[in-house]
Design a protein around this ligand. Structure first.
Ligand SMILES: [Fe+2]
Ligand SMILES: [Fe+2]
Length: 337
């Protein structure tokens, strides 16, 4: 821990509210704690993470917290966000967190839950995912403009779970933009689940095909293209009977000119959730790194999707471009990060 005289009290410190402190175990905290020392108008170390805390010391820490004098250092932010991501409901009531921090916590929470679910796709883990998604939907429903912050928080170096969370942020932003104030909270939750699970079937595709570095043979492509049907089978076993989820899973590789799969649907036959999921999926695949190429510039990917108007819904593609432009570069009217 740094010595107090070396510490410059600045944006490097985040204030901890009593709501959040109460979620830490009483006998040890997961982060270093600092207090604002009004005598020197600076912060100084109070506690080193994972040290045992006596009842007396906890009471003193809680007092500092209630007096708005308790802080953590930004270096511990990952641990702090990880801690909050398992208590996601807090982000809806916690005023000390900026939208950017909330977006990062949502990312960690959903990624953590999804890795668990992909590992063992069972009912209990699906229920956990749904609970977190209903909190995400509430966050977006209250102010759809917040999706810009979610979109800014994409992780480009990822696995299947990362791609799925990225697609959820982008697709949910697009869905909220498309339906504006008419969007229902429940529909947002269904859409979020569809986006998050659009590639669920990939967990059943053999690693030798998914991770193949050379040219994909016809039989490899066939194996890959089974993932929508494989996902539907898994969802049926989990008794997920939801039109929006089904559209996302079955239609995210359909293209308006009939060149997609698995059903080669054309034009109006591709639903709005399917069109949105297709754009979110293709956009995220373009900006993410793959083992055979690096990630592309977000605005360029969005612009190229707009030009593919025979394959993607051009009205939605324009909205995606706007969302990405605002999300990545910032538009007026947003809260500060
Ligand atoms: Fe897919
Ligand atoms: Fe995908």
């Amino acid at each position: 821990m740094a010595e107090s005289e070396d510490i410059q009290f600045s944006e490097d410190y985040l204030q901890i509210s009593p709501n959040i402190l109460e979620t830490f175990p009483r006998d040890r905290a997961p982060v270093d704690l600092y207090i604002l020392d009004e005598g020197i108008d600076n912060v100084r170390p109070l506690y080193r993470k994972n040290e045992p805390i006596s009842a007396q010391r906890y009471a003193r820490i809680l007092d500092y917290c209630r007096l708005e004098r308790l802080f953590l250092f930004r270096n511990d932010y990952k641990e702090y966000a990880g801690h909050l991501s398992k208590r996601l409901g807090l982000v809806l009531v916690e005023s000390e967190l900026s939208d950017r921090e909330v977006a990062e916590i949502f990312f960690l929470a959903l990624h953590y839950r999804l890795v668990d679910f992909f590992d063992q796709p069972v009912q209990g883990r699906l229920d956990d995912l749904r609970r977190d998604l209903s909190i995400l939907s509430e966050f977006v429903w209250v102010d759809p403009g917040r999706t810009g912050f979610l979109c800014r928080n994409l992780d480009k170096h990822g696995d299947l779970a990362t791609h799925s969370v990225n697609s959820t942020f982008i697709g949910l932003g697009l869905y909220a933009m498309h339906y504006k104030k008419k969007v229902g909270r429940m529909n947002l939750t269904h859409m979020a689940l569809g986006l998050l699970l659009h590639d669920l079937g990939m967990v059943m595709v053999p690693e030798s095909v998914k991770g193949k570095k050379g040219l994909l043979l016809h039989r490899d492509k066939e194996a890959l293209q089974k993932h929508p049907d494989l996902a539907m089978g898994m969802l049926k076993r989990l008794k997920v009977d939801d039109q929006i989820v089904e559209k996302c899973v079955m239609e995210h590789h359909e293209r308006l000119d009939g060149s997609g799969y698995p059903a080669r649907l054309r034009g109006e036959k591709v639903s709005v959730p399917g069109r949105i999921c297709a754009l979110a999926d293709s956009f995220c695949a373009g900006v993410e790194e793959r083992h055979f190429r690096s990630g592309q510039d977000a605005l360029e990917v969005a612009a190229s999707l707009m030009k593919l108007d025979s394959k993607y819904d051009v009205v939605l593609a324009r909205k995606l471009y706007e969302l990405v432009r605002c999300g990545f570069e910032g538009c007026s009217g947003e809260r500060s990060a």
